[in-house]
Design a protein around this ligand. Structure first.
Ligand code: CUA
Length: 341
């Protein structure tokens, strides 16, 4: 085979997944390499089957064509053995494809417990990234000058898992990082989560990949992966002299000013409502016996529409906060509740 064809067929990609190939951009995370393996696994099986099937079709069309007028079709006899082989063998290949795909899906669905949290907000037409200490950055794209913004973009340390908890303040956006092979919708009134771990310093492109209006194509940002020491220095520069207010601290204030303390304790004791201590990440039993995972979405719903899910043993006494709290305030309250471990 000519060396020119090799990148075309992805042969090099199987050996060194880090480099861009004809089909795929560079793979900057372990997850991306696994995804590429799955892609090429299916790709090669498809290619071999395509060649074998099309080749046989062509060959048999020529070999068994009608050669003269009135020639009869030769009689055919079935073969159970042959049919069993071409049913069972591809079934195993499909199982393998399913297994690889499912493994990748699980990997992306469950962020590591020690992941660093960053809140991503999409809006027409910008991305905002908020760190646990309150530092907030905006989208940036200087190359090509496409983005309206010139912020810091998303900056993360190399070798550390990062969990993105994402929501939108208006229409549906989608946070897509080709080099990481991650993409997920960013929706209003609901949190979606994805995570990545980039092991090498570098720069990667973020796209919005859900059409969101006039400047959708300019809703771009960069992810800068820095060596841990460089990241620390960068974060120090962001914090500057004045310590920003962390979402957790802001949430604690909101918790008091909105009267939450009247019904919810933070020390484990039950009041009018259940305590909020140690609840984040746990399971809650509801009126009627169903259980629910206490995550961002459940807490958000319980603040906005408390009657939607009533905790077993408590009266439906909480007022709804829909329309009374901003997205940012709800995010801060969630950060506070999360800290009550
Ligand atoms: Cu946001 Cu497209």
């Amino acid at each position: 085979m000519s060396p020119m064809l090799m990148p075309l067929l992805g042969i090099r990609a199987a050996q060194a997944a880090e480099k861009a190939t004809f089909w795929l951009p560079p793979a900057a995370t372990e997850y991306a390499k696994q995804t590429d393996f799955t892609f090429y696994f299916i790709y090669w099986i498809d290619l071999v089957f395509f060649i074998v099937l099309m080749g046989a079709t062509l060959l048999f069309t020529l070999k068994y064509r009608q050669r003269k007028e009135g020639e009869k079709t030769s009689p055919t006899k079935g073969s159970h053995a042959l049919e069993a082989v071409w049913a069972i063998f591809p079934t195993f290949l499909l199982f393998a494809m399913f297994f690889l795909g499912f493994q990748g899906w699980i990997n992306q669905a469950v962020p590591p417990a020690d992941a660093m949290d960053i809140r991503v907000t999409g809006q027409k037409w910008n991305w905002t990234f908020q760190y646990a200490n309150g530092v907030t950055t905006f989208a940036n794209v200087k190359e090509g000058g496409l983005s309206e913004y010139d912020g810091e973009g998303l900056v993360v340390p190399a070798g550390k898992p990062v969990r993105l908890t994402m929501s939108s303040v208006d229409v549906i956006h989608s946070f897509y990082v080709p080099d990481f092979r991650i993409k997920k919708d960013v929706i209003a009134n609901r949190y979606t989560v994805q995570w990545f771990q980039a092991d090498e310093p570098g720069e990667h492109q973020v796209y919005c990949t859900e059409y969101c209006g006039t400047k959708h194509s300019r809703m771009l940002s960069k992810i800068r992966v820095l060596a841990p020491a460089d990241y620390d220095a960068w974060m120090k520069a962001q914090v500057g002299d004045g310590q920003p207010v962390s979402p957790e601290k802001a949430g604690e204030k909101l918790f008091a000013s909105n009267g939450c303390t009247g019904c919810h304790s933070v020390d484990g004791s039950a009041m009018v409502g259940p305590t909020l201590k140690g609840k984040y990440g746990a399971k809650e039993t509801l009126e009627g016996g169903a259980t629910v995972d206490i995550d961002d979405n459940y807490i958000r719903e319980s603040i906005m529409v408390p009657a939607a899910k009533i905790v077993a043993g408590f009266p439906p006494a909480m007022p709804a906060f829909q329309g009374r709290l901003s997205d940012e305030e709800i995010n801060n309250l969630i950060a506070y509740i999360k800290s009550l471990q």
